[in-house]
Design a protein. Structure first.
Ligand code: SF4
Length: 360
């Protein structure tokens, strides 16, 4: 465990009663805010710059704002509300941040470095716990606790950017929670991350377990981001056994939604497939998957399961089984990749640390 710089562990960063976080506010909202305080319009630009370019943690750091304005702001607002609880750095450089929220709950974000591209990506959480209850997932075992606010989602990015000093140009919504079940806050967070933090929309990925109505909504929004679907099985029986939500939205409903999304946006989907030994990793599953995805514009990302503890009874397939599965898929003409595991020594698969701490 790495020692924390003092300012990161400052408990005064918690939301004080009656004080609202400024992070998460769009330029339009900041304009309204300064107008309501009878301040000149350019103050909104200044605030925006401090929040999203300099990523400061305190109103006192906004040095070009006059003292009287800062004091007035401090009566009702503070910069953010997350407090770092733990930070772990893996041997491969992956860094996991565990944040404590004002109500004492915790969520995590994971900063990853992609050496081959020389870029950083961050995995953000959108909920505390998750209602989807995938059988192999640590976060699912927590059950659903609450949605994260726009401020809490955006602040994960801003905080890690400031703390790491890295330019984080890729965002994946793949942390704790099902992003599409916190849809409005997700959309507003994406708006701010794109317009204020200037992360390119094509560099943002939403990963969903398959909330069908929201896939149609996202198609309508036509945002040109990447949609990743956690498919994990090529047939209803196998999928239902590991993802109970398949009962609500079986493949007969999910697949047309995916075709619609690809058609409406022109975007290639990413199909995520977690490989669980003896459950969904046989060549017959690969052939069924290849057939299921015929005609769909997509890439396939195979994710060998990374068990923690007893892995809830699930195991990672052998390397031979992983390669056999991949080889069986290749004739179906899709680009197939096997995800490189990151942060294995610090349990950086999403949901793992939060689960350990939340239950303590
Ligand atoms: S895998 Fe994702 S959708 Fe499933 S329970 Fe875990 S966090 Fe929720």
């Amino acid at each position: 465990m790495n020692a924390l710089p003092q300012n990161l562990a400052d408990p005064s960063a918690h939301t004080l009663p009656g004080r609202e976080p400024l992070i998460g506010k769009s330029m339009e909202e900041l304009r309204e805010l300064v107008k309501s305080m009878d301040e000149p319009a350019f103050r909104a630009e200044q605030l925006h710059h401090w929040l999203y370019v300099h990523c400061v943690r305190s109103l006192d750091d906004m040095s070009n704002l006059k003292r009287a304005f800062r004091d007035k702001l401090a009566e009702r607002y503070q910069v953010g509300s997350l407090v770092i609880d733990q930070k772990e750095v893996s041997q491969d450089g992956t860094t996991k941040y565990l944040f404590r929220l004002p109500d004492g709950k915790v969520v995590e974000s994971v900063l990853m470095y992609f050496e081959e591209r020389g870029t950083y990506a961050i995995c953000l959480s959108t909920q505390v716990g998750c209602a989807v209850n995938c059988d192999f997932c640590a976060t699912g075992k927590l059950g659903f606790m609450r949605n994260l606010s726009v401020a809490e989602i955006v602040e994960q990015y801003v905080y890690v950017q400031a703390d790491s000093g890295k330019e984080i140009r890729n965002i994946v919504f793949m942390g704790q929670g099902e992003p599409m079940l916190n849809y409005d806050n997700l959309m507003q967070s994406i708006h701010i991350l794109n317009k204020s933090a200037e992360v390119g929309i094509r560099h943002i990925t939403i990963s969903t377990s398959g909330i069908v109505p929201r896939i149609y909504d996202l198609a309508e929004a036509n945002l040109q981001l990447t949609l990743a679907i956690s498919l994990h099985a090529p047939d209803n029986a196998t999928r239902e056994a590991i993802m109970p939500l398949n009962k609500k939205w079986p493949l007969e409903e999910l697949m047309p939604a995916l075709h619609h999304y690809a058609g409406a946006t022109g975007k290639r989907l990413t199909i995520e497939y977690i490989l669980l030994a003896g459950v969904n990793d046989q060549p017959s599953h690969a052939h069924d998957l290849g057939k299921l995805l015929q005609g769909l514009k997509c890439n396939i990302n195979l994710i060998p399961y990374n068990p923690i503890g007893d892995g809830y009874g699930y195991k990672r397939p052998s390397n031979n089984a992983i390669h056999r599965f991949k080889d069986a898929l290749l004739p179906y003409g899709k680009k197939v990749t096997v995800r490189v595991e990151r942060g294995v020594d610090i349990a950086a698969a999403c949901g793992q640390l939060a689960n350990k701490v939340q239950q303590a």
